[in-house]
Write a protein that binds this ligand. Structure first.
Ligand code: APR
Length: 243
């Protein structure tokens, strides 16, 4: 069913991917100039890679952590628009991101589910503690909770590991009226399967992406263009439904 003033959505699930942060100065993964065109993900983004060469994996994430904290990297109009949507009392909006950056939070969102973890946090493999970690990690870093040395890893979900918060996300997908997917190529599961789960629950589904994604045909509605333009425009159209 299409969204109208007579049938405005109440429960919304928004999924974001690397494309929403591209105009903020962060690389995507699978675009021509994306991260995976320069580095093999098998070398830096799997538990096996970390076991084989922890120093290399730490160096890869140290560079990304430093890049994220570069002054030039700031939230863009798309992040800010989603924060406005989340703040609108007419809607219950769950914001789920595959991104490990903190640009949604810096753009004003207060509740963000980071299903692939957070770059600015470290997790201790000895005690399981998670700590804010804006600086570098190395193979001798000390856990502030249990004092184990060399057991800290970036709190990011690698290929072959289970994404976070899946139960909560799946319950929200089954119950939502509207699912919006933004800036993701639809290559990585389980996130790539969210559109089918939302549709199975009867939700209207919308893709907002620079170009049609892998799963574009699964969406009922699509708008293509840069996130900083199409996301604010789409959010304004939703907010107008609620007036
Ligand atoms: N505005 C909107 N969309 C954009 C923009 C932009 N300015 N620039 C690029 N895109 C789109 C691309 O067209 C592409 O479809 O964003 C998408 C980015 O896709 P990927 O690089 O595959 O990123 P993502 O889908 O988030 O990757 C999923 O893969 O390697 C992992 O763990 C990593 O979370 C990541 C996951």
């Amino acid at each position: 069913m299409a969204l109208t003033k007579d049938w405005p959505p109440r429960r919304i699930v928004v999924l974001t991917g690397a494309g929403i942060s591209k105009e903020s100065g962060l690389d995507t993964f699978r675009d021509k100039d994306g991260l995976w065109s320069r580095v093999r993900l098998e070398d830096v983004a799997t538990p096996e890679a970390f076991r084989r060469d922890p120093a290399r994996v730490q160096a890869f994430y140290n560079a990304r952590r430093q890049g994220l904290q570069d002054r030039a990297v700031q939230p863009n109009a798309a992040h800010r628009a989603l924060a406005r949507l989340q703040a609108a009392p007419r809607f219950e909006t769950l914001l789920v991101t595959q991104n490990i950056d903190d640009l949604h939070e810096r753009g004003g969102s207060t509740q963000v589910l980071h299903m692939h973890g957070e770059l600015l946090k470290a997790e201790c493999l000895a005690c399981g503690g998670v700590h804010l970690w804006p600086g570098d990690l190395d193979t001798a870093s000390l856990c502030p909770a249990c004092a184990a040395r060399g057991r800290l890893r970036p709190q990011v979900v690698w290929f072959g590991e289970m994404p976070l918060e899946m139960e909560r996300i799946q319950a929200a997908l089954a119950a939502c009226d509207l699912f919006v997917s933004i800036g993701t190529s639809g290559n990585v599961y389980p996130a790539a399967g969210f559109v089918a789960e939302a549709r199975a629950g009867g939700a209207h589904t919308v893709e907002l992406n620079l170009e049609p994604s892998e799963g574009a045909r699964l969406f009922r509605e699509a708008h293509h263009g840069p996130a900083s333009e199409i996301v604010p425009a789409y959010v304004e159209s939703l907010l107008a439904l609620a007036t």
